[in-house]
Design a protein around this ligand. Structure first.
Ligand SMILES: *[C@@H]1O[C@H](CO)[C@@H](O)[C@H](O)[C@H]1NC(C)=O
Ligand SMILES: *[C@@H]1O[C@H](CO)[C@@H](O)[C@H](O)[C@H]1NC(C)=O
Ligand SMILES: *[C@@H]1O[C@H](CO)[C@@H](O)[C@H](O)[C@H]1NC(C)=O
Ligand SMILES: *[C@@H]1O[C@H](CO)[C@@H](O)[C@H](O)[C@H]1NC(C)=O
Ligand SMILES: *[C@@H]1O[C@H](CO)[C@@H](O)[C@H](O)[C@H]1NC(C)=O
Ligand SMILES: [Zn+2]
Length: 421
């Protein structure tokens, strides 16, 4: 593990400490800004990361090695803004203020929630005009299972640390269960990435309730888990909009929760994961220490012969990421899986996505779920980083992002529907 990397991990730890408390009081990001810094050389990139470490700032979007394509997004608290600007100016490194007041963005993010969803006469409260709490999402899943029992099955795969149900939705029109190729899609590994819960539920809605998409059920079983981390999701709605991890007891009184996407039992604990229970990339006390990761992995393993395509939704970055993520290595069938990803990427219209391995386009991330899925033999494994404005994305983006996603999903599904099972 490089020194730089160690420093970064410690950095994240410091920040989590600073902005979250275990009191039941909502965290305010009033005056916090998001800056986009553009480093023009390896040296500048290193200098920026060092400075971020020095000031204990939280990285929102970054890359381990410098390329011209990847600016660094960083959250800058009010008390650091003058000094950070001074250092960047002295080093002649340019930046723009992307978010002028994060709390204002948070306040404006979900404006239609009440208007759209608290119609007590409706059979469910779900829509894609706003981000919905867990009750609305689960209410919708139950509604679908009741209303379309021939194609929708709601599978309870276990419980979260705080005892919320973990649901997988099975969508299939096959008279013989488990005999055709299957697609896995999940959202909400990371609590604050609200666009992923919204897109996963949108895909469910489109597959079940939109007759034009019936062809996507013709040869395929779909397994979709829209909320992998329900405890974190609720916490991100009620207490801390930027919460990422689960909510389990880590032994640290101040810092709860594990990065579920570093908790998987493949290369667990390697570079890109942290020992520090306060770090955003905390890997947990052991591989599969978290009930959410256990339930998820058991379910996928039970279907691993059937699942040919695995999509894990994250935000943000507009990237389609391929294994491996633990180190700069490439699976033996990389070219084949890359070709399909490139074809899918060519279908986006409103937003363009880049394609490559997690390490090439971002950083190392040992113990991530996609590497684990690849390691158990699933062929087409992709992590998708959705668009691009940050974790706090106005709800008016849900439909444009989701509609733009569907042609790419169609390409991926068509490919796997032809794989003999
Ligand atoms: C600062 O950077 C700009 C290009 O971004 C360059 O034109 C200029 O010469 C630099 N100034 C110094 C003092 O390095
Ligand atoms: C939505 O409704 C709830 C409950 O009625 C209320 O507490 C809340 O302030 C409302 N939020 C908005 C944004 O109107
Ligand atoms: C967890 O929830 C289930 C029902 O969802 C309940 O039967 C059980 O008692 C709960 N367990 C705990 C420890 O709260
Ligand atoms: C399910 O399959 C039946 C029989 O093949 C067909 O009539 C029906 O249209 C299909 N429904 C959907 C939603 O695909
Ligand atoms: C993948 O493609 C690259 C360039 O197109 C080629 O150099 C490499 O040998 C290929 N790898 C495999 C495993 O086929
Ligand atoms: Zn994520």
């Amino acid at each position: 593990m490089s020194l730089l990397f160690t420093l970064l991990v410690l950095t994240c730890a410091f920040v989590v400490d600073q902005v979250s408390t275990e009191e039941d009081k909502a965290v305010s990001y009033s005056g916090y800004q998001v800056w986009r810094i553009t480093a023009l050389s390896k040296e500048e990139h290193q200098a920026v990361l060092k400075m971020i470490e020095h000031f204990g700032l939280e990285l929102w979007r970054w890359q381990e090695s410098q390329t011209i394509n990847t600016p660094i997004d960083v959250l800058v608290p009010p008390q650091s803004q003058i000094k950070v600007k001074q250092q960047l100016d002295e080093a002649n490194i340019s930046f723009v203020v992307k978010v002028a007041d994060l709390q204002e963005d948070i306040n404006d993010e979900n404006p239609n929630l009440n208007a759209s969803s608290y119609n007590t006469k409706a059979a469910h409260r779900m829509d894609w005009m706003s981000y919905h709490r867990l009750d609305d999402i689960y209410g919708y899943l139950n509604y679908l299972a009741d209303t379309y029992p021939n194609i929708v099955q709601l599978i309870n795969i276990g419980a979260s640390y705080e005892n919320r149900t973990l649901y997988v939705v099975r969508i299939s029109n096959s008279s013989k269960p488990d005999t055709q190729p299957a697609v896995w899609i999940d959202g909400g590994f990371h609590a604050r990435e609200w666009i992923t819960h919204a897109l996963a539920t949108y895909i469910i809605q489109q597959l079940v309730e939109e007759p034009a998409n019936a062809k996507l059920l013709f040869n395929i079983d779909w397994y979709i888990m829209p909320v992998v981390n329900p405890d974190g999701y609720e916490y991100s709605h009620v207490i801390n909009r930027l919460w990422r991890r689960s909510r389990s007891n880590t032994g640290s009184r101040r810092c709860q929760g594990v990065d579920l996407n570093r908790n998987f039992d493949f290369k667990w604990g390697g570079p890109g994961s942290s020992n520090n229970p306060c770090a955003d990339t905390f890997k947990g006390s052991k591989a599969f220490s978290e009930p959410e990761a256990v339930a998820y992995s058991k379910f996928i393993k039970s279907k691993s012969n059937q699942i040919k395509l695995y999509l894990s939704l994250h935000s943000y970055g507009q990237l389609i990421l391929l294994p491996w993520g633990y180190e700069r290595e490439y699976p033996s069938d990389y070219n084949e899986t890359l070709a399909l990803a490139n074809l899918a990427a060519s279908k986006f219209r409103a937003f363009s996505y880049r394609v490559g391995t997690t390490v090439d386009l971002l950083y190392r991330a040992s113990g991530n779920s996609a590497d684990w899925a690849k390691s158990i033999g699933i062929k087409y494994v992709y992590t998708v980083e959705l668009p691009i404005r940050g974790f706090v994305l106005p709800a008016s983006f849900i439909l444009p992002v989701s509609k733009d996603f569907f042609p790419a999903l169609d390409v991926l599904a068509s490919k796997i529907s032809t794989i003999p099972h």
